[in-house]
Design a binder for this molecule. Structure first.
Ligand code: ZN
Length: 82
């Protein structure tokens, strides 16, 4: 399971955190940015600390940003794929 080119990913904002978790959102979840534009997230990436704060429930993680997956990005090799 890998994000594909063009997939929208929401994240907790801690890109540089060491251990991160990737969740596929099925169905994709709509969200609204602070500028009121809307998006549809197919994946959620959270660091270990934010997941712990959210009581291990990825749907309760505080989202601080979104990004569009670049097809040239390295494949996700973290073992903590859910
Ligand atoms: Zn985080």
């Amino acid at each position: 399971m890998q994000p594909k080119d063009g997939d929208v990913v929401v994240h907790c904002g801690h890109i540089d955190a060491g251990l991160k978790h990737l969740y596929e959102l099925t169905p994709p979840r709509p969200f609204t940015r602070p500028d009121h534009t809307k998006g549809l997230a197919k994946f959620l990436i959270t660091c270990d600390a934010c997941l712990a704060t959210a009581s291990q429930n990825p749907l309760r993680v505080l989202i601080r940003g979104d990004a569009t997956w670049d097809g040239d990005a390295p494949l996700w090799e973290d073992p903590t794929v859910h």
